[in-house]
Ligand binder design. Structure first.
Ligand code: C2E
Ligand code: MG
Ligand code: MG
Ligand code: MG
Length: 292
């Protein structure tokens, strides 16, 4: 086949490669500029207590307010930021901004809620992560117990010994740790109990087909019992329907996050939700799910 392609085939292939590389370079440059120009924003998605229906936490999710493309979602730039190392300064910005926001909510007299921040592999491996987290807490004045970092199983497993050490350093600061997208990686269950974790986040792929997929229901309830037995909190992500919420309540899950309650929203809208955080009577759909 290589012979058939001949010189022209190879030349074409090479020029395509060059185009890809060039595009990547210019996108990287754009990302770097975006940091300087302050084009990133955080949206916040509520995490809801399944007993009371009240918002008890927010996950901070970054978006890029692109000057010509509009709002760009993390699926379109986090991988490149990770690859180029730009995730480190971006991650610092996210941490500081999220901590400032959580503290500002408290200062307004709103009931304190936890703030969850995603940390990617590259950030987690950086030695200065501990310092970054400590600085974000000091600068914002947020008590460490309100900050939770979400890390993935695959990140932990990449360098198990190193990750465990890093997790203990973070625990010493007083921050909480959650395993994001739980069930999609391949952490050995016996390793789980060696981690200073607070929470498992059941990946939304297991939630999506409840109540139609019996296997997913079995996996979800198994993760919930596992969490209970290891004395961990457990939250389900991607909860979109009343049936899913009801199943989670019946299975003993602590919390949920998903479009059923709310999509990730801008700061101002999250403010309003917190001000009206009156529990299950506020949201008919959620109330129906929780009361069965
Ligand atoms: P994640 O941490 O698993 O975040 C949950 C994602 O699921 C978010 O997508 C959220 O909008 C979406 N989601 C929430 N509820 C539902 C639902 O009911 N149905 C469906 N279909 N989706 C739902 P988003 O904001 O596009 O973020 C995607 C991923 O990008 C995140 O997955 C996280 O891994 C990464 N990410 C986001 N913000 C940051 C950040 O500040 N730093 C780092 N390192 N990664 C981030
Ligand atoms: Mg997350
Ligand atoms: Mg997740
Ligand atoms: Mg996920």
């Amino acid at each position: 086949r290589a012979k058939e392609l001949g010189r022209d085939g190879i030349a074409l292939f090479t020029s395509e490669m060059t185009a890809t590389v060039r595009k990547k370079l210019s996108r990287t440059d754009e990302l770097r500029q975006a940091l300087l120009r302050d084009e990133f924003v955080l949206h916040y998605q509520p995490q809801v207590d399944l007993q009371t229906g009240r918002i008890i936490a927010a996950e901070a999710l970054v978006r890029w307010n692109h000057p010509s493309e509009g709002l760009v979602y993390p699926g379109d730039f986090i991988a490149l930021a990770e690859e180029t190392g730009l995730i480190v300064p971006l991650g610092e910005w996210v941490l500081q901004t999220a901590c400032n926001r959580a503290k500002a909510w408290q200062d307004k007299g709103l009931e304190p809620i936890r703030i969850s921040v995603n940390v990617s592999a590259r950030q987690f491996q950086e030695k200065r992560l501990i310092e970054t987290v400590a600085t974000a807490l000091t600068e914002s004045g947020l008590d460490a117990k309100w900050l939770e970092l979400e890390i993935t199983e695959s990140l932990i497993m990449k360098d198990l010994a190193g990750s465990i050490a890093r997790m203990y350093e973070l625990e010493k600061l007083g921050v909480k740790l959650a395993v994001d997208d739980f069930g999609t990686g391949y952490s050995s269950l016996s390793a789980l109990k060696r981690f200073p974790l607070s929470r498992l986040k059941i990946d939304r792929s297991f939630i999506a087909d409840i109540p139609h997929d019996a296997d997913d229901m079995a996996i979800t309830s198994a993760i919930i019992s596992l969490a209970q037995k290891l004395d961990l909190e457990v939250i389900a992500e991607g909860v979109e329907t009343e049936e899913q919420a009801r199943f989670l309540v019946e299975s003993g899950c602590n919390e949920m996050q998903g479009y059923l309650y709310s999509r990730p929203v801008e700061e101002e809208r999250f403010n309003l939700m917190l001000e009206n955080n009156g529990g299950i009577h506020r949201k008919p759909m959620v109330r129906a799910a929780l009361l069965g």
